[in-house]
Design a protein. Sequence first.
Length: 332
Amino acid sequence: MTLRIYFTGEDLARTRIAGECDAMWEVMLSLYRLRRRERTVVFDKWKQDIVAKVPAATRLLTTLAPERGYAVDFLTPRTEEGTLAAGLEALRRTTRKRLRSDLWELSMRHPATRLPGWVNGLATGDQQAIGAVASAVEAYFGACLSPYWPRIQSQVARERARRSTMLSQGGWGAVFSTLHPSARWSFPTLELSYPADHDIHLNGRGLLLQPSCFCRQTPITLRDPDLPPVLVYPIEHDAGWAHDEANGGHPALRRLLGLTRTHVLETIADGDCTTSELARRLGIPGSTASRQATALREAGLVRSQRLGQAVIHTVTDLGTALLEGRRPALMA
């Protein structure tokens, strides 16, 4: 079975690689990884660590995204930022028409599953029901993804940088043909293995390529071809990303600086960034990002330089040495 995406010249001009992780996609795809009985070096440690921490409200999400097959499109709304806050806001604004359509599709695609009564309220656009789903997403993210979020972002950022280099050197043909072992690119069509036959005609809208930490085996997209086109695809992981030495980075450094400040230092070390970019990568308020970057600058771990209206943060040699666990060179 095959996913076929049809491009025009205008679509190629409007196609782009997402700049950040998409929190809502990672929520939904991580739920698949959590429930499926698949042994993988990449995800086993994460599953072991969080299985006892999964909030009870997560059952609302697993109802809407069964272990296999169709999951409602409205759980992964398109936002420019890709942050949890933006995703939750978009989720709460889901129209009654979209709710009703997706839930009908869910019942048709999973006829053997009896949907609980609260889904009826969701289908009518009941704000309390929508709020309960949004709260379940927030609780699940906080317990199961937030402690790992800087490392998840780092994994995705590395993939994005690799794809951007590939695009600059070989064009979209090089990017498309290597997205997945099953990828076949011959303008105007990109074909990929997929659980079902599915066609998407972009018709000038372009395509968003969204690298994902928790996507596995095959790329995934939305069922409704009229929604903004997105192709979520699996990345190449650092196999130890979820282990203690990688989770939040450095245990000794966390004891010295605190968890949030360590995450800020690690994020800046992953690539120079502005205060707003730092806040977006970490999913924290801009005021918090600014305050933590200032503290690191005062400690000599970060250098900040104003460029127009923005302030660019860069890790110093001392900060790099601290992250790498080596003794910094003494000044002459």
